[in-house]
Design a protein around this ligand. Structure first.
Ligand code: AMP
Length: 307
């Protein structure tokens, strides 16, 4: 069985949407990634830090899925706290507050039995920390995915470029791709970014799906049209978790198989947005994922009749 290691934030999130609000709920990138990848029964570990105030039940939710949390450090400070508000246009999010707390002093330590992980997801955090994780890994043939955000694109561009050149897949949104490349066209942006030395690039476009780039090839995965988007928080991380879980399960990192991974990622992300925070992922079953994959297939498959 392939091992999947995810490193990144664990947080308490307060989320306000036009449909209501939830306070201090289970959040952070690796919470979403771990729960999403758990659908695939791969051997998983998550690495992060929580504060003394982090509810035990949130960590239990990961441990119950047999995710190794031995290197989730418990700090004497408070947990990373993040709050955000969505308006009627769910694509626009306003961050109200970020209190880094324990996450500010985080130094990731990979569990000894996961240093040989073949699949690694480096969640959004300071590029120097992402590098620290890479330096602890020993597997010769591994597949490493990276997430980042505008904050690091602006503040630590050199460190970010360096880590991008060292990974296999970069997963960012359209705004970040434009900012990172200085190009407006996403196709041009993609080629500019791949020139940094990363062979696979995913550009997420929220409810408009995601593009996968590799050399001169492109693949487009739509987002499943939903009746109602309740809370988009974590959709990007659920998408990445679905992709990495699927890749770890199949062990195949070809461009062709990566297309399947994107469809799985989009399917799991479509569940994530149906409820507040991680709630829907916590209740998600394999059967539900399978049924929605089939809906996805009928939505996107067609035979063209040439006139
Ligand atoms: P997404 O909706 O995919 O952007 O992910 C939202 C998650 O990112 C929330 O659960 C937050 O707790 C987490 N988050 C917010 N700010 C940061 C940050 N500066 N570094 C790492 N994770 C963060």
């Amino acid at each position: 069985m392939n091992k999947l290691l995810s490193v990144g934030s664990i947080a308490l999130d307060s989320i306000y949407t036009p449909f209501g609000f939830i306070e201090r709920t289970m959040g952070g990138a690796v919470s979403y990634i771990g729960l999403s990848a758990a659908i695939f029964d791969v051997e998983q570990a998550v690495v992060g830090v929580v504060g003394y105030d982090y509810p035990k039940e949130y960590l239990d939710a990961l441990a119950d899925r047999e995710i190794d949390i031995s290197q989730v450090q418990v700090s004497t400070e408070r947990t990373l706290f993040w709050s955000a508000k969505y308006h009627t246009d769910m694509n626009a999010r306003q961050t109200l507050e970020t209190q880094l707390n324990a996450f500010a002093g985080f130094r990731p330590v990979v569990p000894a039995h996961f240093t040989d992980a073949r699949f690694v997801m480096l969640g959004n955090m300071e590029p120097s920390l992402q590098l620290e994780v890479l330096q602890q890994l020993t597997a010769e043939h591994k597949f490493v995915a990276l997430d980042t955000m505008n904050y690091w694109i602006e503040r630590t561009p050199q460190e970010l470029h360096r880590i991008i050149s060292m990974v296999d897949l970069l997963c960012i949104n359209d705004e970040e791709a434009r900012q990172l490349s200085g190009e407006y066209s996403l196709v041009r942006a993609a080629h500019q970014i791949m020139r940094l030395g990363v062979p696979y690039l995913i550009i997420k476009k929220g409810e408009h799906g995601a593009l996968l780039f590799h050399k001169d090839e492109v693949f487009f995965a739509p987002a499943l049209p939903l009746d109602e988007v309740f809370d988009p928080t974590g959709a990007g991380d659920a998408f990445a978790g679905g992709i990495m879980g699927y890749l770890a399960k199949s062990g195949d990192v070809s461009f062709e198989n990566m297309k399947n991974a994107l469809i799985y990622g989009a399917t799991i992300a479509s569940f994530c947005v149906e409820s507040f925070g991680t709630k829907r992922l916590l209740a998600l079953t394999k059967d539900e994922v399978l049924r929605r994959l089939l809906e996805f297939k009928s939505l996107t498959q067609f035979e063209i009749k040439i006139a």
